[in-house]
Design a protein around this ligand. Sequence first.
Ligand code: SF4
Length: 640
Amino acid sequence: MYKKLFDPIKIGSLELKNRLIVPAMSTLAATTEGASTEQFIAYHERKAKGGWGLVITEYFGIAPHVGFFPRMLGIWSEELLESHRELTDRVHAAGGKIAAQISHSGRETFIGISDENLAAPSPYRDVEGEKRPRELSVEEIREIVEKYGDTALNLKKAGFDAVEIYAAHGYLISEFLSKYANKRTDEYGGTLENRCRFLLEIVANIRKKVGDDFPVLTRLSTVEYMPGGISIGETRVIAMKLEAAGVDAIDCSQGIFTNSYNIVEPSSMENAVFVDNSEEIKKVVSIPVITAGRINEGNLALSVLEAGKADIIGMGRASLADPDFPNKLREGRLDEIRYCIGCIQGCIGENMRGNNCHCLVNPEIDREYELKITKVGKAKNIIVVGGGVSGCEAAIVAAERGHNVTLIEKDNKLGGLWHVAALPPGKTEFLTFVQWQTKKLKDLNVTVKLNTEATKEMLIGLCADEVIIATGGKPFIPPIPGVDGENVHQANDVLMQNCRLGKNVVVAGGGSVGVETAEYLAMYGHSVTIVEMLDDILNGCERETAMLLRKAIKEYDIPVYTSSKVIKIGSDTVTIERKGKEIVLEEVDSVVIAAGSRPYNVLQSPLEEAGIPVRVVGDSLIVTNGLRGIYDGYMAGYEV
Ligand code: SF4
């Protein structure tokens, strides 16, 4: 059925074995000098083994300190070149092809760039930029053009199969292309013809240095979604000019950092959301067109090819969630695929915190160099208490290592509060992870006891060598006068539709759960007000998800009181304290408490007293997020 996805295709002289590729994504796993590390190499090698037609690395800077992030790949010395040769050799040995992206981040670089390199076509900062860039002189532009060519040549020498010019996402080249960023009046500004000049000079310089046969791709933001930003009409022209200049493929993306949910789309955005943009490019060029954006299933990928909207599918996050995606799809092992759920906690979320790229549903990704599952010499009797996603992960990994594992869950199904987490608008795909874990537990012959409340006596009776406690958290009920009233409900009960609310609702708590619940209620026609103690809502929420939730708050016209504490709940009022003043919200029909959770762990002490070794994971240890909870579960299973 998926045969078309596995038809070979050529990008210039490079033949790909299939149409599924990994676009450039940051891992931040290079050394501070820009060399490949064992971590970085093992990560790419893993994907090559998984069957991807091509893997494109995160960008190589054309010079030191020109990256968005402080850690950036570089290839301006022989030593660096050698480190990357090991990368390409190992990817090739694993049966893969590897291309390298090349970039200068221009003004879009609030973390990683040096002040000296903070430069742009014009001296204006992006909306989200922290510092104002300086304007590049024509002489500097020419030097940068040369450096793009030098970088491409070094990459060719290091054994890469292709290079990709990074002309997207508001970085330097796209700043030249875009009227939003380029206010010049010389030969590099003004008309589209002039705005293309910098990119076309780079293409010509690269071609001169790498020769006609070496494949060169270009990544574009087909639409920037900014006032005055690049439009699809302009990108059609840019793509035609690139083809005429000898570029071998157009890799379509969207957006800039200021609206980065168009670059890394959270789950609340549609699947295959931007394929109409790549279709427009495909209409005007005959070279291959690559598309990307929330294409996380084989059916979706196939439909894009069938509809003629692109020739190649970029599936970056799908490759993090399951590096074996192409092989499993080709072999029809669909129910073994672990799907990307669009949470963005592990990938871009971790990058934005300065960490390596990780994945919530796949704790092994980018840790291949240090996590290697090996069978234990002597199997133990391991009992996992709690069948939420952390507990299931612990049970899976312990069973993979050869232990005899029993999983005890008090509910009638696995997944725990993950089922509730999947209820707000746009989060239903979270459930695919529960499906994957459930199948995996079955395949590994883990004994699953549902509808069973674990007790100390039961666990002693089961002769546990070790117990992993994953009993999760319990909602926190703040001690507010009136909180026990009939008009007051927990956010979880609201999402599960266990209660009916009146028209006017106050949500106490503006974290992710509170705001998602408010959006959910507004969708069902309620008039909602959010009250948050901190000075802003969505504390700890991922940037792109938060951006979309803020948009929803605006669209539904939801009033938000920040720095405000609910101090009393009446039968139809909520009293809040804000900056020393009391405000009474009137005609309130219902109140929803979204004040977070506290760890629930009543078994640890009695078990330890009985001499049974115990590990505590996930929310039952500390309430944070799914990324940490699932990693905790994985590590408990790995170390037990
Ligand atoms: Fe997808 Fe979430 Fe994994 Fe990122 S962390 S790849 S969004 S599942």
